[in-house]
Write a protein that binds this ligand. Structure first.
Ligand SMILES: *Cc1c(COP(=O)(O)O)cnc(C)c1O
Length: 379
């Protein structure tokens, strides 16, 4: 049986994490670490299915977190690897725990750094860094662009205080999204131009995420060249913290057709929801791929697929199929490991999809199942 046939045997709705695909991504990332001596960290905000952390730990240097909870998760589930954290602002009551579990802690402003540096415990092993804003980015959608006008993310050169760098070991920038090494090259040029003079006194530089390293057309030799260049020129340890590149194309969302109706075109309602189970379809927005489908009108039977919530805009997209859809048919969405499981919700009281692991040997394992209590306990 192929993967699509295997996952169609499972009760729906469910996410299926594809171990084999995850390994393929991890192997590529690991080879970049091997060839350069850089450190690659999983950005947990994209993917934090910790049942796979023992596997990820075999290939990557560790994880990065957006705050205390992700840092704790990494510490508990991948404790033998590095834990880094960046948050736009930390709270007083989080700091003591964060410095116990984090190897690197990155601050978003000098005021946060000045506030917390006084509280660093004696003998603390955490290294501290600052997020800079090089004011250069090639992201065109503002919601994903940390360099848009008046962005709160990162310190601009105008706000940079050379006199406050005592105790700071590294700088961090994150200005990319689903981009290639050519974008990184131009970004590094801006980073060097603005912050190059400070890089000479740093131990490390974190290139952030948004590097689409595991996409087939990514220019890995160029990435390796850029890492070597920064390492040699400034004597830096380089960190990268991709989320997408770790989990790209490494999971499915399987759903069933619940009803078929008509209003000017064929409509199919499924037991999943764009709003609840794949919110990026509405937020990015993007059109997820369904195995065996094509664009509307390309194959004989076209349907508009909608979720079973009351939101009028809970529409996944228009898809065509070779055969007509029937109630009970299962559909398999691809690339549903990243930014979906971590973002789902129970709006409308929608049940959360179960989570399965598709093991490298073709067997499936139920990781977690959700019910009414998961809905009720958050309200
Ligand atoms: C989102 C984010 C990442 C991961 O980004 P991807 O696009 O998933 O690679 C890494 N670092 C920071 C600071 C982020 O905000």
């Amino acid at each position: 049986m192929n993967k699509s046939e295997i996952v169609k045997e499972l009760p729906t709705p469910c996410y299926v994490i594809d171990e084999d695909a995850l390994k393929r991504n991890l192997t590529i990332l690991h080879s970049v670490e091997e060839q350069t001596g850089c450190h690659i960290l999983l950005a947990q905000k994209a993917f934090s299915s910790y049942c796979t952390y023992p596997l990820i730990a075999q290939y990557l240097s560790g994880t990065t977190a957006s705050g205390l909870f992700e840092a704790r998760l990494a510490h508990e589930e991948m404790g033998n690897r590095q834990v880094h954290v960046f948050s736009p602002a930390y709270k007083d009551d989080e700091f003591d725990e964060l410095v116990q579990i984090c190897d690197h802690m990155v601050f978003n402003s000098f005021s946060q750094w000045e506030h917390f540096r006084k509280r660093i415990p004696h003998g603390c092993k955490t290294e501290f860094g600052l997020r800079i804003n090089p004011e250069y980015s090639e992201i065109e959608t503002d919601i994903y662009n940390p360099c848009f006008a008046n962005s709160r993310l990162g310190i601009t050169l105008a706000q940079f205080k050379e006199a406050e760098l005592d105790g700071i070991s590294g700088l961090h920038f994150h200005t990319m999204c689903e981009q290639g090494a050519e974008t990184l090259e131009r970004t590094l040029r801006a980073v060097e131009e603005k912050f190059g003079k400070y890089l000479y006194r740093m131990k490390w530089l974190n290139f952030g995420g948004g590097h689409h390293i595991t996409r087939p057309d990514y220019n890995i030799p160029k990435l390796i060249e850029l890492i070597h260049y920064m390492q040699e020129k400034y004597h830096l340890t380089i960190y990268l913290e991709p989320g997408e590149a770790v989990a790209i194309d490494a999971g499915f969302l399987v759903c069933s057709v619940l009803d078929i109706t008509k209003n000017g075109m064929n409509l199919a309602i499924v037991d999943t929801s764009a709003a609840c189970h794949m919110p990026d379809v509405l937020e990015m927005p993007y059109r997820p791929f369904i195995i065996g489908s094509r664009e509307a009108g390309k194959l004989p039977y076209t349907y508009r697929l909608g979720g079973s919530t009351c939101l009028a805009g809970d529409v996944i997209g228009d898809y065509s199929f070779e055969q007509p859809l029937h109630i009970g048919d299962k559909l398999v969405f691809t690339d549903m490991a990243m930014y979906s499981i971590v973002k789902n919700n129970t709006f409308n009281g929608m049940p959360l999809p179960s989570i399965y692991l598709l093991c490298a040997d073709g067997s499936t394992r139920l990781i977690r199942q959700f019910g009414y209590e998961d809905f009720k306990s958050r309200l």
